[in-house]
Structure formats: C-alpha cells, structure tokens
Design a protein around this ligand. Structure first.
Ligand SMILES: C[S@@+](CC[C@H](N)C(=O)[O-])C[C@H]1O[C@@H](n2cnc3c(N)ncnc32)[C@H](O)[C@@H]1O
Length: 211
C-alpha cells in the first residue's frame, strides 16, 4: 500500500505541470453517452480543467447544473477561469477526493468521470461513493484505463507510475466486479479499445451503470 498523502502529492505535482500544456488527459468520451437532459444535476469526478463539466452545464441548461470535483487545486482554479470565460452561471468547481465525496445526499441525476479512478487506491470506496450520491434511477458513465492482466508488483509500487495513469490500473474484471459490489445492478460496456502502454496490455473502457 502506497502512503495516501504521498500519492496525492505526487498526483497533484504531475497535474500542476499540465495546466499550461495543451494536452489531452482523457481516455474516452463518457459525456456523449451520459445523454444529459435539461434541468439535470451532473457530477464530473476528476474534472481537470473543466472542459467536460462545462459541456455538461451547457447540456443541462440554466435550470440544471454541473459540479466538477478535482484533487488538484490548480486544476480547479483553471476550470473556474474557463467557466467564467464562457460566462456560465451553472457550474460549481470544488477541490476534493473521489474516495470521500463532500455531498450528503443522493442529489445527482448523472455522474461522469474520465481517466481518473485509476489514480485511486481504494476503487471500491469510489464506486460506493458514486452509488451513494446518485439518485435512484441515476446513471454513472465512466471512461478509464484498465488492464488485461494484473500489473507486476514493481509497477504497482511505483508512485510515479500511479500519477501517470498507469500504476494504479486494475484488471477489467476487478473494475467491473467492484462496480457491481457497490450496488449497481448491471453494467453496459459502451466502448472498449485495447492498446499497449509501456509494453503492457491496456484497455480504454467506457461503461454505464444505473442505480
Ligand atoms: C487524466 S486527468 C483527467 C482530467 C479530465 N477528466 C479530462 O478528461 O481532461 C486526471 C484528473 O484526476 C484528478 N485526480 C486524481 N486523483 C484524484 C482523486 N483522488 N480525487 C479527485 N481527483 C483526482 C487529477 O488531479 C486530474 O485532474
């Protein structure tokens, strides 16, 4: 087990360095398949610079809203600046940890997340938190990096690899099993693309689960 504070510091240091770089940090297009309707309340976990939160807020319209949550303060500041530039009034950005969501009730119609949960050590806690904050009938559409086979111990213990969306990836089976264990009835696989990363077999997975 990696020290949680050190992991968060390493992840934050990586993403602070990405603020001024125009690079793609996503691993799928979960928002397209969330089918957001006007008036809905949407949560974007690990929102980064807020591009998808902003898109979600436009789809909900002014009668709905989108909340972006991210561990890295610099990402949150950039997301707020981006939403302000677009003159959007129905976005909220908050710094937080996907393993401990700062929401009391089940208030969300939809939860999305793009290439983030691989960073979390306790993925089952993340899935439970998502289940907890979703309304009954609410849906969760996530894209993430998973592996075909378990990664070796030297990668799993490499904190820099965790920060690079690599060392924390678990197998597709474990990922799906964790979501089912959190209480979701069934999982729909929306997109699945295999690729190699540092010589290992990875999958970019987009899935949907309904509470
Ligand atoms: C690969 S980037 C993806 C950003 C955005 N979703 C996108 O697609 O552009 C991962 C993001 O997750 C955030 N993150 C990593 N671990 C987190 C955690 N435990 N809680 C909240 N956010 C986290 C990072 O700060 C970073 O902004």
């Amino acid at each position: 087990m990696i020290n949680e504070n050190t992991l968060h510091e390493t992840i934050t240091a990586r993403y602070e360095g990405e603020i001024s770089v125009d690079c793609v940090l996503s691993c799928g297009s979960p928002l397209e398949q969330l089918n957001i309707k006007p008036g809905e309340v949407i949560l974007d976990l690990g929102c980064g610079k807020g591009e998808e939160t902003i898109e979600a807020a436009k789809l909900t319209g002014p009668e709905g809203m989108a909340i972006g949550l991210d561990l890295t303060e610099a990402m949150i500041m950039q997301a707020i600046a981006n939403a302000t530039n677009e003159n959007l009034k129905n976005t909220v950005f908050t710094q937080g940890d996907i393993e401990n969501l700062p929401f009391k009730g089940n208030i969300f119609d939809g939860v999305t997340s793009n290439c983030v949960i691989n960073h979390a050590q306790d993925k089952n806690k993340v899935y439970s938190e998502i289940y907890r904050v979703l309304k009954f009938g609410g849906r969760f559409v996530v894209s993430d990096a998973v592996t075909k086979y378990p990664l070796p111990a030297e990668i799993k213990n490499d904190i820099e690899a965790w920060a690079q969306c690599f060392g924390g990836a678990i197998t597709e089976e474990d990922y799906l099993e964790g979501i089912l264990k959190a209480g979701f009835g069934k999982i729909e696989i929306l997109n699945r693309r295999e690729y190699k990363k540092n010589g290992y077999d990875f999958i970019s997975l987009t899935i949907k689960a309904v509470k």
